[in-house]
Design a protein around this ligand. Structure first.
Ligand SMILES: [Zn+2]
Length: 122
């Protein structure tokens, strides 16, 4: 299984896991405001869900490897450091890049995120 295939499956599992299991105890409207909703099952497996884009984004962010987020910060820092020609703007860009690189180091210094259910079963 390639890294991309593995990540794709982890993201899909995270979205499934974020869907209400029907036992949240909240009224339907309140639950739908807070959670991805199950919509259809195929052979006993949740196959179709619905929800706000932000709910999916939150579910996906929870499983993205932290190293990838640090890489995104570094890429942004590299671009910011060279984005401006004007000396004053360039100075501010370099300060911003320095901040982004510090955030990348802080992210990498954090312990790894919680294992997914699949990882825990391995
Ligand atoms: Zn619910």
């Amino acid at each position: 299984m390639t890294d991309t295939t593995d990540l794709r499956q982890r993201i899909a599992d995270a979205i499934r896991d974020a869907a209400c299991k029907g036992d949240c105890g909240q009224p339907e409207e309140e639950c739908a405001r807070q959670r991805i909703q199950p919509f259809a099952w195929h052979h006993g497996r949740l196959a179709v869900v619905e929800g706000a884009p932000e709910q999916f984004a939150d579910a996906v962010l929870a499983v993205l490897p932290t190293a990838d987020r640090a890489a995104v910060y570094r890429e942004a820092a590299d671009e910011l450091a060279t984005a401006f020609g004007d000396p004053m703007a360039k100075h501010i860009g370099i300060l911003g890049a320095s901040y982004l690189r510090r955030r990348a180091r802080e992210i990498e210094a954090q312990p790894a995120g919680p294992a997914t259910d699949d990882e825990a079963r391995l």
